[in-house]
Structure formats: C-alpha cells, structure tokens
Ligand binder design. Structure first.
Ligand code: SAM
Length: 230
C-alpha cells in the first residue's frame, strides 16, 4: 500500500505518462502507478547502490521489468532521449537537492522543459519554487498533507509559456497553498512560527547578534503572523 504522500504525488502524474522517478529508492511509486495502469513506461533513477538494488528487486518481483527500467545514475542523468519522458517525479528529499538535480538536468540537456514536474520536497520548499520561477515554469497545482505527524508539500509545475510572476511571499508559502489556506497549511505555519520564535530568542542571546539573520527571521515571522491572523 502506497503512503498517502506518494499517493498525492502519483495523482499529479498524467494518465498514460512516460515517467522518470528520480531518487526512487524501492520504486514503490512507479510500480504502483504501473499496476494501476496510470503510466505506460518508467525509468527509476537511483544514485546509491543499496536503494538501486531495492528498486531492481521490487520491479522484478512485480513482473514489470519490461516496462520499468532501473538505472544507477545521479539525478536526471538516468534519463535517455529514447525514453521520451513526459513526467518527472522527485520526492522525499530536501528542496535544495531537488533544485540542484533540476538545474544539473537542465545544463546536461536531460530536462527539455516539456516534462510535467511533480516535486515533493521534505524541507526547503521555497528553494524549489524559486528555481521553477527563475526557469519560467508555472506552478499549476500544489498540495499539502499530514501523515505520521509530518507535513508534506507537493508542487506540480509545467512550462506553459505563460509567465508567472510570483511575489516573494508566494515563493515562501506557495501561491496555491497561500490562496487556499487550508487547515494543514495553517498547522504547518503555526508550528513553523513556534520554531522560528525559538531560533530568534537564541540568536538574540548571542554575544554578537547576527543582525542579518535576525532581520530575515523577523521578516518571515511577520509574514507568518499576517497569514495566520486572517
Ligand atoms: N522517492 C522515494 C520516496 O519519496 O519515498 C524515496 C525517497 S528517499 C528518502 C531519497 C532517495 O533519493 C534515496 O534513495 C537517495 O539515494 C536518492 N537520491 C539522493 N540524491 C540523489 C541523486 N542526486 N540522484 C538520484 N537519487 C538520489
């Protein structure tokens, strides 16, 4: 049974897609999507030998070796032109790493701009949105969910040709999540507010107060207060 987190990621994969799942670990997502007839082909990319073998084992056990290819590769280097990939999922890692993987893929030419990107950063979501905006992607959908006491965001983006100009605040909170402000979103930012207040108290106790850091946190806290108050 797929986790709720990966189920939400999978929902954003277009029907009939040719999918690249990068950092696939056990290949749970592509295997589940293939068994549900949601995708027609998949590449699982893994950079670490252990998870790479887990993915191979899972694909073989599910009898899907003809439709799912597992490759040991760093980031989007797992993708070959003949794969004709039109959807990429990158889930369960930090936002900075996700943005780096996308940036390297762009430089190396594996990312063509025709793929739908479905990204699930565990932390540092703003880094992902910042990269997408910089590269002319449009964030077409966002989701937020709680599972096992953790809160996860899912960001879906495409290069539609329509320029999306996000404000700094939209990059920080997520444009769709900010517009919707559902209960999970409010809970996330209440928790974040508590955590940031603690950090601020600590910083202000330092012998030499790091003014820039303090100012950055105060700015974020004022945004969060504003968002939580209305
Ligand atoms: N995507 C799965 C999920 O969401 O449940 C697995 C997440 S797991 C925490 C992250 C995986 O990404 C690890 O198996 C790790 O080896 C892999 N990974 C990290 N950096 C990578 C990279 N540059 N290229 C490919 N895989 C990477």
């Amino acid at each position: 049974e797929l986790s709720q987190r990966l189920t939400v990621v999978g929902k954003a994969v277009p029907k009939g897609a040719r999918l690249a799942d990068i950092g696939s670990d056990h290949a749970y997502l592509p295997v589940a999507l293939m068994l549900a007839d949601k995708i027609t082909y998949a590449v699982c990319g893994e950079v670490v030998a252990g998870p790479f073998h887990s993915a191979q084992t899972q694909v073989a056990k599910s009898g899907l070796t003809e439709k799912i290819v597992v490759r040991l590769a760093d980031g989007l280097a797992a993708i070959e032109p003949a794969d004709n990939i039109n959807a990429i999922t990158i889930a369960g890692m930090g936002g900075t790493l996700i943005a780096n993987i996308l940036e390297n893929g762009k430089i190396q030419g594996q990312l063509t701009g025709k793929e739908r990107l479905i990204l699930q950063p565990n932390v540092g979501e703003a880094n992902v949105r910042f990269w997408l905006q910089k590269e002319g992607y449009q964030i077409i959908e966002e989701d937020i969910l709680a599972e096992n006491d953790k809160i996860y965001e899912v960001i879906v983006a495409e290069k539609t040709g329509v320029k999306q100009q996000l404000s700094e605040k939209e990059v920080f909170f997520g444009p769709h999540l900010l517009a919707e402000k559902n209960s999970v979103f409010l809970k996330k930012w209440q928790q974040e507010q508590q955590a940031l207040k603690k950090v601020l108290t600590q910083l202000q106790k330092a012998k030499v107060i790091p003014e820039e850091k303090v100012a950055a946190i105060q700015k974020e806290l004022s945004w969060i207060e504003e968002v939580l108050s209305c």
